[in-house]
Design a protein around this ligand. Sequence first.
Ligand code: ZN
Length: 389
Amino acid sequence: MMAQIREVSAEVAMARLLMHQPASDDQKGQPEVEKITIKVGTGKDARHFEVHKDRLCARSEIFRDYLASKPSVTEIDRPDEDPYVFSLVIQYLYRGTLPDVIPLPPFIITVEQKTQLLNYLGRVRKSEYGKPFQRPARELWPEIAEAYAEKVGQPIDLLTIEMNVWGDWYNNLDELKPHFDRLYNNSVTFNGLNHPISNCAHNLRRRMFSFIDTLEEQAERDTNGSTFTRSMKKSTGPSEKEEEEDARSREGRHNLQRLICVSERYRLDSLTAICMDALTQLYKTHHLSPSAPSILYIYSQTSVGSKLRLYVSRSLAHAIMNKSPNDGGIGGVETDWIWDVMKENNELGMDVLAELRGKNGMKVAEAEDADPCEYHWHGEGDICTAKLY
Ligand SMILES: [Zn+2]
């Protein structure tokens, strides 16, 4: 079954437009955007991410300052980062929305397939039948932009598709096909069925479908029943299913925390903001609070002033006060372990005490009930980074 395709929001589409002002060498049709390779992890698990410099610098203060001071650098080594968590950061850079912290369908576009796909897309973009779609219609024909937007609700073009492939936006090869359907349908809607441009779109779709099918057949031959097959779905009974969902939700929370640690480290402020919003929401709806191991993990991965630390120490302060007899014994949260983790990590101890200071036995508000912006890296009155892409 085909996984549902995610729609590109209007803001992302706009950001893409802004990022890709028409290049001067239009005959080549290639975007003139500098890329940088980020090597993440070590050994056989290491991954190389090729990222457009402007995307990275627009989102991360740390990378921006670093690359401004070293403009000739084309490769950055981050052996201590986790390749999976870093792939979520890359996903965010290209999608502009909360990354899939719960890995949904197994990621089955291999590095080899990605390379082949990008080569093919690059060739197609320059071909006769690909040319009318090599960039967003609004950019190619600004004079019809308004009329186009009126008729076509969800524009799509080859550059956008190529960017999506770069950013690991598609979970599997099948997910590309609806975008070529849409490209064809948009052309028919705007130009009519027998228009030369619609003929190009038809041709383009046919060729892309057949290329994708060839890649899939190749993969099936190569793996022949090993890890990358699509028969990974197990039949599960309800209780097993519930357990599975529970484990997935735990995994999702854990991944979200790991992602926040990385986003704080590189000051990807808008990513931190949307992840913090998601995390507080998740804890609130499931009535959960951070566990001892995850608290110690968070403190080992972040530094003083971290928004995730603020959230954690508030949750603990709340749990402690909720247990207080002044509170009439509501909650009954077991808090002994909290004192233990506070003793184990001095910085945590200080943070929790800071949250408790001046409360004089008064109830501490739930960490989730604070203004969300308290967990974002922007000043009071500034534009909220959660709303920026
Ligand atoms: Zn905010």
